[in-house]
Design a protein around this ligand. Structure first.
Ligand code: ADP
Length: 418
């Protein structure tokens, strides 16, 4: 005789231990779950010969488990037996209305339990008068709908709380970034004054070590400023406070400016940037500063995620209304399952251990804000941004293509994001 498998769903440890022992002793293979959802997952995965379940479970009732499993044809004929402390007839009828075959009550009679299980395994079921069953079915349907309504209300309350906390967090981030920016601007100003001071200039000219220290100091402050600006921009985007200042924009010139920004890094990393400059519109309506930030982020990413010696291609295909831009690199690429997520704020794919404040070090990922900012800006222009890549591979370097589609003339002055 093949060993039969029984799935027992029970949140009370004492009952679990008792029943598991007794049924194992009687020769059954036992699967155990402490919660309803877990039990259903095990049932679907293992296909047990019988399911024994408590009625009152923390997440869902044994009746609901039965109703849910009966809707799956694999469990149409699987014996489902309740083992519960609810001994009133009314509960037994409700259980049978939910498709439960047998109803056993606690305290558990360990001596007779295996026999009863055997009875249900052989197709046995508890009797119930058909009229009583019909009444119980309608009561059970009402109970399910009532519970559903209660759950929806609970979830709505939780959702309201979560939104409130999320708003609080956004305000906190925004406020902190503002507070940090003010003293940092002062520090930056002072550092510039130091650099311009005649005595310091003389010292810098004669002492290269001091010159390295001062340059390092100013570069670090600039980097901190750009991180704070990134945080403020994303805060404005998520709190619908992004104001486009739309005006005539020479996109070709704008891209050239961004390229110039990264020229040194491109050279240091041995990368080649291919810029097909003929198709870029010179007259478009857009927010130049925000578009510059978008391309700066995309090109910085292309540099960061492409190994030394790789290539970056920038191309544009205009039509009457839109311009389609592609920033392609020969870098590590992005897995399909991450291609949506990377546009969410604070989402990074890399190992956080590799986090770096450099905008150009290979794989030195940042805060995970760059692409969220790009998306916010592009959508504020009524445009689209997406990525295509054959997956991530640190040896074969499949590369990534970031596409942007932007209206040439139709951007709105004030955009409220949904
Ligand atoms: P980060 O500041 O971490 O670069 P982004 O929002 O710009 O944040 O990017 C999010 C994540 O998307 C990055 O952490 C990286 O894993 C992935 N990513 C972005 N651009 C590229 C690219 N060109 N190639 C490969 N991965 C990329």
């Amino acid at each position: 005789m093949t060993t039969k498998t029984i799935l027992y769903i029970e949140d009370d440890p004492a009952s679990r231990l008792l029943v598991e022992r007794a049924l194992k002793h009687a020769g059954y293979r036992m699967l155990i779950a402490e919660r309803g959802l877990e039990g259903m997952d095990i049932a679907r995965r293992e296909g047990p010969d019988l399911i024994l379940t408590d009625i009152n479970l923390p997440d869902m009732s044994g009746r609901e488990i039965s109703t849910r499993l009966r809707s799956d044809e694999r469990f149409e004929n699987t014996p489902i037996v309740a083992l519960t402390a609810q001994s009133f007839d009314e509960y037994r009828h409700l259980a049978m209305a939910a498709g439960i075959n047998g109803y056993l009550t606690k305290p558990i009679d360990i001596e007779t339990l295996p026999e009863k299980i055997e009875y249900y395994l052989k197709g046995g079921r508890d009797d119930i008068d058909s009229e009583v069953l019909t009444k119980a079915q309608s009561k059970y349907a009402q109970e399910v709908v009532h519970r559903l309504e209660t759950r929806i209300r609970e979830l709505e309350d939780i959702n309201t709380t979560l939104r409130r906390l999320d708003n609080m967090k956004d305000s906190f981030i925004q406020l902190t970034a503002h507070e940090l920016r003010t003293p940092l601007t002062l520090v930056y100003g002072y550092s510039r004054l130091i650099e311009d001071n005649d005595a310091v200039k003389a010292l810098l000219a004669t002492n290269p070590d001091v010159a390295v220290l001062v340059t390092g100091l100013i570069e670090s402050i600039e980097r901190m400023q750009s991180i704070i600006d990134e945080i403020l921009t994303i805060s404005r985007i998520v709190t619908n406070q992004i104001d486009l200042s739309v005006g005539p924009t020479n996109l070709r010139r704008l891209i050239e400016k961004v390229i110039a920004e990264y020229e040194d890094a491109i050279q240091q990393r041995g990368l080649t940037l291919h810029f097909e400059d003929q198709d870029w519109p010179e007259k478009m309506q857009a927010d130049s500063d925000l578009l510059q930030l978008t391309f700066s982020n995309l090109i910085s990413n292309a540099i960061k995620y492409t190994p030394d010696g790789g290539h970056i291609y920038l191309s544009a295909t205009p039509n009457e209304q839109n311009i389609k831009i592609c920033v392609r690199d020969t870098g590590i690429g992005i897995d399909a399952k991450e291609q949506q997520n990377i546009f969410e704020r604070f989402h990074t794919v890399h190992d956080p251990q590799l986090h770096s404040t450099s905008k150009t070090a290979f794989c030195g990922g940042g805060l995970g804000l760059g692409l969220a900012i790009c998306k916010g800006i592009v959508e504020a222009h009524n445009g689209k941004i997406w990525v295509e890549s054959a997956g991530q591979d640190h040896e074969k370097f499949p590369g990534s293509k970031f596409f942007l589609e932007l209206p040439i003339m139709a951007a709105k002055e004030r955009v409220v994001l949904s």
